[in-house]
Ligand binder design. Sequence first.
Ligand SMILES: Cc1ncc(COP(=O)(O)O)c(C=O)c1O
Length: 374
Amino acid sequence: MPFVPAVEIEVPDDERRQVLAEVDRLLRAGKFSQGANVEAFEEEFAAFTRAPHAVAVANGTTALELILCALDVRGREVVVPAGTNFATYIAAERAGATVRLADVDPATMAPTVEQVRAACTPRTAAVTVVHTGGLISAETEAVAAWCERRGIALVEDCAHAHGSERDGRHAGTFGVAGAFSFFATKVMTTGEGGMVITGDPRLAEEIRLLRNLGKPEAWVSRHTRPGWNARLPEFAAVLGRAQLARLPRALAARREVVAGYADALRGLPVGDFLVADHPCSGYKAMLLLPSGTDRDALKAALRVRGVQAAGEVYATPLHHQPWLTERHRDLSLPGTERGCAGQLCLPIYPGLGEKRLTHVVRALSESLAEVGTT
Ligand SMILES: Cc1ncc(COP(=O)(O)O)c(C=O)c1O
């Protein structure tokens, strides 16, 4: 079996033609920033997520940072789950907050209410939860309610969760705001890009101001805030609109792959396959391996069989990142340690067919048997 890359970004012909036609129109019109495409992309994304407001920004990290700045967390604390992307942490730090790390449940990679409570102090201004791999934890609503009762803002990092819904609510609508990434590996992409969704019109307005150097009027050089240039280019919005239009098809295809894995893995001694009990983006197909599995050896054994596992979400907890070890030296976060050390992400992309899936599952069983556990 030939080597197959873990992430395949395929743009079907109909989408490619549509994007090229729109780019041609844009080139002729000559308005490359803050134009009709960004505005339409925001409206369409708000409609897709059923959020009252959507604000397009330069990337997912900035989306988080602008939300937290607009919430004015400077000088206070933000709680971040320890098993996530560095971006979630650094956005809070750049917004001027001190970060406190919460442990997570390895079965969801999200903090439970209890884990959030344990990380909060009277100085906590906001809690960020991450819908890892697209999973919206069953505790999300309870976490939102707990935060609301204490006047703490819940911010959702939805970088993995385009199309993920629980109880009829899209990711990003449980707390005060949700931050999406359209980075090149996500289930929909603009190459680089991001989006904030929120139900709060004042927060949306503040983020619009902040993304455009603090200017209330887009093209008038009058600045009322120390804002950023965090604008999304029109070209990116063209691609984003086309990707969003095709997203339902991409989601259906990913969900089919996840369901296929769930069926094929049932009863096999490969650990726990983390299947969502709600419509999910299918960004990652996450397996929590049996304790004591040497993941590196397993991945090498898989490669020998022509299977490249996807990147973990995430192999290194935040408190073990070189930039952060010193300040979080004494933390004990057993759920995070187990989740980060034990996770394997199986290949997933919309066109992954039954034959390939069967091969991956067979390769996994054989590789696990070969490497064993310690
Ligand atoms: C969980 C999480 N949060 C935030 C980000 C940051 O998004 P971006 O790369 O668009 O800045 C990522 C990106 O990969 C992510 O996975």
